[in-house]
Design a protein around this ligand. Structure first.
Ligand SMILES: [Ca+2]
Ligand SMILES: [Ca+2]
Ligand SMILES: [Ca+2]
Length: 421
């Protein structure tokens, strides 16, 4: 049996999550030290960190859903001086270097997933289907007020009786399963921030409070399959494969995989290719220095697995460019979606995270929204709708299969008469 450490891209997410707590943070790299104040909201008087008050709607900070051009990032790039530590060993002076310049990245009005007209279409449509989204990730805070109503419930399982009532091989698996620790506890605390964040993006409650999910949690349910754990968000390939099998066997329609490894696993590739689910996969966050690369040449998996039932997602920055850390590849990476400074749910609260791990749930959310109301479409039709309706961007043409960014309205009206919306 082959066990492979399955690392997901959490480092950047963790740093970005710190934005809410402090005005700046440091990222060391061999080339420069980089202090980033994160997204602020221009208020005429300068920039500031969002102040999140419990009970309020934070929709204005969800630029991925509606970008009105008011968020900007201010970064400070420091000089870095190479020093010789010893024979054959070069070190770097990073954070101690002097500040050399300030870099401002402004958001651009309209660089978002165009979801508001898609919601209008959804509200006007009359057909609905329940969609189960398998989130194979860390666990999820299933009691979070913005998530509790959107969690999948295994109706055939009786909770807490110690019996595998539905005979699926898992005892008391009411909301999913913990393949990391092999038990039914799908939330293990703060280590489950990554999955909790993705769940909110996909189906956070439409309740006027906190964040707003892309899909309607009344119809789109998150099956929580914890396969990653520990502070580093790592897990075994075997756990991920078992989770895929569980998702398939228990009726999941769409499967989000915000994770990756450089190890090729033919068994996992076959599992995915032979599945009836639609997979949405993150493209990965570049090298150790946060520089994205072409995974057509240096593949990471599952992003680079071939299959006509998966969508691999790159990370779009709010200025309309790929985030510099995002992997790409015209063969392996299909589409870009917002992934940097994404506000969503965290255990017991809310926070910003960044990475392709945040971009993939955007596509998953749109796929679920479309599939729930476009009952005339198959899952593979939904995939086609998402890719065919991607908003073309010049920069993306040479980097992504679709050459564009996620467009929820384009996807939800795919194949309809032009005046249909
Ligand atoms: Ca069971
Ligand atoms: Ca039971
Ligand atoms: Ca909400």
């Amino acid at each position: 049996m082959k066990f492979i450490k399955y690392k997901h891209w959490k480092a950047i997410a963790q740093k970005a999550a710190a934005l809410l707590l402090s005005a700046s943070f440091l990222v060391s790299s061999p080339l420069c030290a980089y202090a980033d104040q994160g997204p602020g909201v221009s208020a005429g008087q300068g920039d500031g960190q969002p102040v999140l008050t419990p009970g309020e709607s934070y929709y204005q900070y969800q630029w991925g859903l509606k970008n009105d051009g008011n968020i900007r990032r201010i970064s400070y790039v420091f000089s870095a001086i190479p020093i010789r530590r010893g024979p054959g060993e070069i070190g770097w002076l990073g954070a101690q270097g002097q500040m050399v310049r300030e870099v401002v990245t402004d958001s651009v009005n309209g660089i978002d997933i165009n979801v508001e007209p898609a919601w209008d279409y959804y509200e006007q449509s009359t057909s609905r289907r329940t969609v189960t989204v398998a989130l194979i990730d860390t666990g999820v805070d299933i009691t979070h007020s913005d998530l509790a109503g959107s969690i999948w419930v295994n109706e055939d399982e009786i909770a807490g009786d110690g019996i595998d009532n539905d005979g699926n091989g898992y005892i008391d698996d009411v909301n999913g399963w913990n393949f990391y620790s092999n038990n039914n506890q799908v939330f293990a605390g703060d280590e489950d921030d990554h999955g909790t964040h993705g769940a909110g993006t996909i189906a956070g409650a439409w309740n006027g409070q906190g964040i707003t999910g892309i899909a309607d949690g009344n119809y789109v349910k998150i099956m929580v399959l914890k396969a990653l754990g520990s502070e580093n968000g790592q897990g075994m390939a075997q756990s991920v494969k078992d989770a895929i099998r569980y998702a398939q066997a228990n009726g999941a329609d769409i499967c989000n995989l915000s994770m990756g490894t450089s190890s090729y696993d033919p068994e996992m590739e076959a599992l995915m290719q032979n599945s009836s689910m639609l997979f949405v996969v993150s493209a990965g966050n570049g090298d150790n220095w946060g520089r994205g690369y072409n995974i057509d040449y240096w593949p990471v998996y599952p992003a680079a697995y071939t299959g006509d039932n998966s969508i691999t997602v790159a990370n779009l920055m709010f200025n309309g460019s790929l985030d510099e850390s995002s992997n790409f590849g015209t063969f392996s990476v299909d589409i870009a979606a917002p992934g940097t400074y994404i506000l969503s749910t965290t255990p017991g609260g809310y926070g910003f995270m960044s990475g392709t791990s945040m971009a993939a749930p955007m596509v998953t959310g749109v796929a679920a929204l479309v599939y729930s109301c476009r009952t005339d479409l198959s899952l593979m039709d939904v995939r086609q709708a998402i890719l065919a309706s991607a908003k073309p961007m010049e920069e993306m043409a040479g980097k992504l299969t679709s050459g564009g960014i996620l467009d929820a309205y384009g996807a939800i009206t795919y194949g309809l008469p032009v005046n249909g919306g």
